[in-house]
Design a protein around this ligand. Structure first.
Ligand code: NAD
Length: 297
């Protein structure tokens, strides 16, 4: 069944996601503040709208793919919710604070609409290839309504629970990833100082209890895993600034909930420094170089 979709935020992720919805036969009306992004989307079957409000007029489902919670909440409150027809489903795919996601759900439902938070993993290549994983928070009915559309843009959608549960799952997963990448990197640097070859440590740890994605797939040293970013001078991959952003959201949630997670907070601080400095354009596994440099001082 063809759905009328508004898609707000046509950047690196939203552009290809909207294009995939249009290619599947849905009517997609898109809007972005950047004219070039709007033009690029128009070239892939998305109808450009003059404003976000114009895009949602008459839409059945409204997708947002925006930088942060403040953008989502501002758009919702400054006209989007008022412009939508009653019962419109608002699906926010941006990665935002859990608290902002919950506030967004409240604003949407108070305006007589339906809400789902559905952040993604899989990056730009996943958005282009329609292989994203969606982590969704909201009601059963809202998830069921969104699922066929999420299936057009991704390979997997997990319903994680109520309002904000998708964002919660995303930051918890990425906190494991950020901490484990630092752990793997520290182990390689310690191994180097003890005269242990990268390959030997990899051969042992990748088949022993040290095994994890940061080691086995995204290995931070060149050699053992030929496809990992370390073999391409740390070209992303998963860019360090995005890891810093996600760990920052995790740190906000940790503090708000009073969870005593020393490693999560430390990882957030290390990635913030790295992303502001040498990691600005690198894969997050490049943090091993910082650990090595600091150790040599
Ligand atoms: P991006 O900066 O490329 O795209 C965001 C777009 O939103 C921009 O084009 C911007 O012009 C637009 N925008 C901002 N305010 C707007 C407004 N008021 N009205 C209309 N458009 C507006 O960012 P991205 O890489 O596409 O990421 C989008 C979201 O997806 C972020 O929350 C990010 O954390 C998340 N995410 C990104 C990746 C990735 O690999 N890039 C992976 C997973 C999740």
């Amino acid at each position: 069944m063809s759905t009328v979709i508004a898609f707000i935020g046509l950047g690196h992720m939203g552009g290809p996601m909207a294009a995939n919805l249009a290619a599947a036969g849905h009517r997609v009306r898109g809007f972005d503040l950047v004219a070039a992004s709007l033009e690029a989307a128009a070239g892939s079957g998305v109808e450009p709208a003059a404003s976000a409000v114009e895009a949602v007029d008459g839409a059945d489902v409204v997708f947002t793919m925006l930088p942060a919670g403040r953008h989502v909440l501002a758009l919702y409150r400054d006209g989007l919710l008022a412009a939508a027809k009653p019962g419109t489903l608002f699906v926010d795919c941006s990665t935002i604070d859990v608290a902002d996601a919950r506030a967004a759900h409240e604003a949407v439902t108070a305006a007589g609409h339906r809400a789902l938070d559905a952040p993604v993993s899989g990056g730009v290549t996943g958005a282009e290839a329609a292989t994203l994983t969606f982590m969704a928070g909201g009601g059963e009915a809202e998830f069921a309504r969104a699922e066929p559309l999420l299936a057009v843009m991704g390979k997997k959608a997990v319903h994680c629970g109520g309002a904000g549960a998708g964002q919660a799952a995303k930051i918890c997963n990425n906190m494991i990833l950020g901490i484990s990448m630092i752990a793997v990197s520290e182990a390689f640097v310690l191994g180097e100082s003890l005269g242990l070859s990268h390959q030997a440590l990899f051969d042992v740890a990748s088949t022993a209890s040290g095994q994890c994605w940061a080691l086995s797939v995204n290995c931070p040293v060149p050699g053992p895993v030929p496809g990992s970013p370390a073999n391409q001078d740390y070209r992303p991959g998963f860019a360090a600034p995005l890891m810093a952003k996600d760990l920052g959201l995790a740190a906000n949630a940790l503090r708000a909930a009073g969870v005593d997670a020393e490693l999560g907070l430390r990882a957030a601080a290390l990635y913030e420094d790295f992303a502001r400095g040498p990691g600005a354009a690198e894969d997050f596994s490049g943090i091993i170089r910082t650990i090595r440099e600091r150790s040599a001082r």
